[in-house]
Design a protein around this ligand. Sequence first.
Ligand code: OGA
Ligand code: MN
Length: 287
Amino acid sequence: MTYETIDVQEMSPACGAIVEGTDLSQELTNRQFDEIYDAVVDRVVVVFRDQELTPEDHIALSRRFGEVQPSAVSAFEKDESFPEIDILEYDADNPPHVTRDLWHTDFAGTEKPSWGTLLYARDIPPGGGDTIWVNSVAAYEALSDRMKAHIEGLWAYHDSYRPYGEHVRPEMYEGDKGTDYIRDKRAQYTPALHPVVRTNPDSGKRGLFVNESMTTHIQGMDRRESDYLLRYLFDHLRTPEFQYRHKWRANDLAIWDNRTSLHYALFDYADHRLMHRIIMQGDVPRA
Ligand code: OGA
Ligand code: MN
C-alpha cells in the first residue's frame, strides 16, 4: 500500500508498522485520517512515535475512529476526570496481570467486541514490557484447504470472565478483595458466541477469531474434539511468522485492529510501566 500523507514503515511481513513524523495532537485532515485508518486495517497494528498527547488529545483522536467504549466496563483502574481512559500501571509492588501469558483480543467475550484499541505509552521500563500482535488473517490463510473446510461455519463461545478465574488471577481471590463483586457479575453474564472465522468488514479478509484467554469451546462439538481443535488453532496462532513484536518507547501511541488480530503483553519487567488505553466500540462479528 502507498500513502501520501503518512510515512509508514512496515515492521514484519505479516503485520506491524511504525509511523514517524505525524503529530496526532494536531487535527488530522480527512486524507491523513483515511490513510491512518487504511494502514491500521492493512498492518493490524500501527505505532506512532514521539507523540505528546494530553488525555483530551487521546480522546479526541479516538473519537475520529468512532464510538469510545466507556472504560467502566473493563477491570482496569480509571482516571476519574477521563472516564474514557483505562490506566494500565505496573511496577514491582503491583506486578502486571494484563494477560497472565495468554493471547487475547479485547472484549471478545461480549456481543460486540471492540473494533480497536488506542494504547498510549506514558512510561516504559528500560528493559522488557514488549507487546506482540499476531495477524489472524495471515494465520487463517496459512491453514490447509482441508483445515479451512473443517472449520468453515463453526461458532465458538467466548467467556469474558475466564481471564479472571481463580486459576488465572489467584491474587484477586486472596482475602477480602471484593471478589464477590466479580462472582456476582459473572453470574449475570452470558458468554458470547462468535464465528470461528471472522470477516473484517473493511478489508473483506477472513481471519481466525479464537483466543486462548477467552474462547472456551466450539458449539456443537464433543468436548474433546473442541479441546483438540482449539488447542491446535491457539498453537497455530502463536507462529512467529504471523507476528510483530513491538519494543515500546515512551510516547508511542499504538492503534490496532482488534477484529483480525490477537495480542500478548509480556510480563518480564519489574520497573514502572504506565499505559493509557482507549477502547473502541465494535460490531457484531460476521463470518
Ligand atoms: C491492552 C493490552 C497490552 C500492553 O491494552 O488491551 O492487552 O502491552 N495491553 O499493555
Ligand atoms: Mn488487550
